[in-house]
Design a protein around this ligand. Structure first.
Ligand SMILES: Nc1ncnc2c1ncn2[C@@H]1O[C@H](COP(=O)(O)OP(=O)(O)OP(=O)(O)O)[C@@H](O)[C@H]1O
Ligand SMILES: O=P(O)(O)O[C@@H]1O[C@H]([C@H](O)CO)[C@@H](O)[C@H](O)[C@@H]1O
Length: 168
């Protein structure tokens, strides 16, 4: 079967760099694991898109997630599934994988105009921010609007499963 249309948003780093000059600007970039997609994520991505004309999401590869120490069983969802869910969102224009522990090399290759993360990050401490500001770009955090996290969702599922097993 042929790929569904939204999967065309998933591109290699090389393909993205090759088309960078043709992207509608300002080009906004964010990155993350996005393991179990939740309302906090989708609201944040919609806000990120509103800061520019094109939104690129850099997604940690499964091997890269394992370097982050989020837990031995993480990621729960494999990289191609995490990328497909992001690509299906209206706010997201391009999805690209990165294999490194941080997105610094990817950002250096793509040279976005705006870098965003969620409000759990202090942008002034991130090397990515210094990089983007170095070519005159902006680096900013978007405030949390919904208190959700993949880790909290997993804890909830596990505690409910534990209660069921113990007969509560
Ligand atoms: N509730 C939220 N509101 C706004 N932004 C969020 C929220 N949760 C995560 N983000 C942002 O989404 C991006 C991806 O986050 P991440 O994959 O770490 O989500 P998470 O649900 O917090 O995961 P984990 O619990 O595994 O750390 C990051 O830039 C993060 O700041
Ligand atoms: O989903 P997360 O945990 O927000 O994503 C991580 O963000 C890191 C951030 O950009 C710098 O601390 C990044 O280095 C890491 O690879 C994940 O993408």
């Amino acid at each position: 079967m042929s790929a569904v249309a939204f999967e065309r948003k998933i591109v290699t780093r090389e393909a993205l760099v090759a088309r960078r000059a043709t992207l509608a600007g300002p080009v906004v970039f964010t990155n993350g694991v996005f393991d179990i997609l939740h309302r906090g994520h989708v609201t944040y991505l919609a806000r990120a898109k509103a800061l520019g004309a094109s939104l690129i999401v850099g997604v940690n590869s499964d091997a890269s997630v394992r370097m982050l120490g989020k837990g031995e069983d993480r990621p729960i969802n494999r990289e191609d599934d995490r990328m497909a869910l992001l690509a299906a969102l209206e706010s997201v224009d391009w999805v690209v994988l990165f294999e490194e522990r941080t997105p610094v090399e990817l950002i250096a290759a793509v040279r976005p105009d705006v870098l965003v993360k969620g409000g759990d990050y202090d942008m002034d401490t991130l090397p990515e921010s210094a990089l983007v500001r170095g070519w005159g770009g902006r680096a900013l955090a978007i405030a949390f609007e919904h208190q959700r996290s993949t880790t909290a969702l997993l804890e909830k599922v596990r505690s409910q499963a534990g209660a069921t097993e113990s007969g509560h």
